[in-house]
Design a protein around this ligand. Structure first.
Ligand SMILES: Cc1cc2nc3c(=O)[nH]c(=O)nc-3n(C[C@H](O)[C@H](O)[C@H](O)COP(=O)(O)OP(=O)(O)OC[C@H]3O[C@@H](n4cnc5c(N)ncnc54)[C@H](O)[C@@H]3O)c2cc1C
Length: 399
């Protein structure tokens, strides 16, 4: 038990959430931390960590009990992602993307689609991926060009996706495509594309600054045929679904950022206690204590917002409220991640800059959390619009 633990207990986590945190922390420290450096250095997908997560039941966290999951909710999943990210950004993404790629099925799937896919995803036997981004449409996701046309009892997909996490290792891809080119947002639909669908291939893999063990690749659909029953929801509801998914998955990215911040802060703080310069531990320097104080305050403030967003998902608050809180949690946690990991490198001096110590890896891993699932500029757009909408319906203060 640490001082931080008692603060988190005061936050009001349930017995089950605390147990999940202990379990995830144990897995992170026993199995993942010793592998984190090598996963980054090799830049290879960590199949062993995937197997350990499956054995340890971590992939079950995003799912309901009826589909083989733990039924413990989003806040518990967030806490688990945070614990794994404290030691390894790549490994934490395994959990976050299992949630991201599964959410379209969880939110819009028929009972048949759910019972076909969710139990395999809950055991980790199958990994999921989420295919929204294209070369010409990133932040403006409605500008996608991939099309899907119904031909008798099959949908035929043509086009491509870029920057897709879990490309090549996923067994199922939830993919967004235009079914009506003239209808803008309302012409987009969502589909379940199994990895072995005819006409579906994975293209090149990106070489990246961080999260190097996670695969990021291109998807190609060249007359790709899937059964008509693989559409998720009604035709034309795909864009709304994509946004509903992001409301629920952005807290996972936030948790990844928060964990990276927490891991880097803990490492740097302990380093200052041990490292002596000018005849005393660096921790005795008030200027460095102030840096630690800022790092801890940013991390704790961001955690409050994130756990609130997680609680909101579990409580089923109205969508508009969730959209704003989810974006704010993503913004604050991932900006904290970049700032805290950068300061951690600074606190270690030259040792912070070399790969023998984990903080430079954490800093490189933190950068992507400000970019994917909507850049932080896009989060600010979402938050600003939501706030203005609230203000339109608020009685002015009678000054
Ligand atoms: C490692 C990695 C993994 C990824 N995983 C996935 C995945 O699994 N699935 C998936 O679908 N996508 C994934 N992505 C894609 C990611 O979500 C996009 O890269 C991201 O949304 C930004 O799109 P873009 O790269 O096209 O940037 P652009 O949209 O071209 O933006 C470039 C810059 O302009 C800014 N900008 C754009 N529009 C505005 C605006 N209106 N106002 C202010 N600023 C603006 C952006 O914030 C950014 O700084 C991944 C990307 C990476 C790098």
């Amino acid at each position: 038990m640490t001082a931080t633990d008692s603060v988190e207990q005061a936050w009001g986590l349930t017995e089950s959430q605390l147990e999940i945190r202990e379990h995830a922390r144990g897995v992170a420290r026993r199995f993942v931390a010793p592998r984190a450096h090598d996963i980054d250095a090799a830049g290879e997908f960590p199949q062993d960590i995937r197997e350990i997560f499956a054995e340890q039941g971590l992939f079950a966290l995003p799912f309901e009990e009826e589909h083989g999951g733990t039924g413990t909710g989003t806040l518990a999943l967030i806490i688990a992602i945070e614990e794994i990210a404290k030691v390894c950004g790549t490994s934490s993404l395994l959990l976050a993307v299992q949630e991201l790629g599964s959410l379209p099925i969880k939110l819009a799937g028929t009972e048949a689609q759910k019972s076909q896919w969710l139990p395999q995803l809950a055991t980790g036997e199958v990994l999921a991926a989420y295919g929204l981004t294209e070369p010409e449409s990133g932040s403006d996701s409605a500008g996608m060009r991939t099309t899907a046309v119904l031909e008798s009892d099959e949908w035929v997909l043509n086009g491509g996706k870029r920057f897709i996490t879990n490309a090549g290792v996923a067994g199922v891809y939830t993919v967004f495509a235009k079914t009506d080119l003239a209808a803008g947002h309302s012409g987009i639909s969502a589909f379940i594309v199994p990895a072995d669908a005819p006409g579906f291939t994975v293209g090149k893999f990106e070489k990246k600054m961080g999260i190097k063990g996670s695969t990021t690749g291109e998807l190609f659909f060249d007359g790709c045929r899937i059964p008509a029953a693989n559409i998720l929801g009604e035709p034309g509801t795909g864009f709304t679904l994509a946004m509903q998914v992001l409301d629920r998955s952005r807290p996972g990215v936030a948790a990844q950022g928060l964990g990276l911040a927490g891991g880097a802060l803990e490492y740097a703080g302990k380093y200052l206690l041990d490292r002596e310069q000018f005849g005393k531990p660096l921790a005795h320097q008030q200027g460095l204590q102030w840096m630690l104080a800022d790092m801890e305050s940013k991390t704790c403030a961001a955690r409050e917002l994130l756990y609130r967003a997680g609680w909101m998902i579990d409580a089923g608050v109205p969508r508009a409220t969730l959209t704003k809180y989810s974006a704010m949690a993503k913004l604050m946690c991932t900006d904290a991640a970049m700032s805290v990991t950068t300061d951690a490198v600074q606190l270690l001096g030259g040792y912070g800059y070399v790969q023998e110590y984990p903080v430079e890896r954490m800093m490189r891993d933190a950068k992507i959390t400000q970019i994917y699932e909507g850049t932080n500029q896009i989060q600010r757009l979402v938050i600003g619009r939501a706030l203005l909408e609230e203000l339109r319906h608020t009685e002015p203060i009678p000054f």
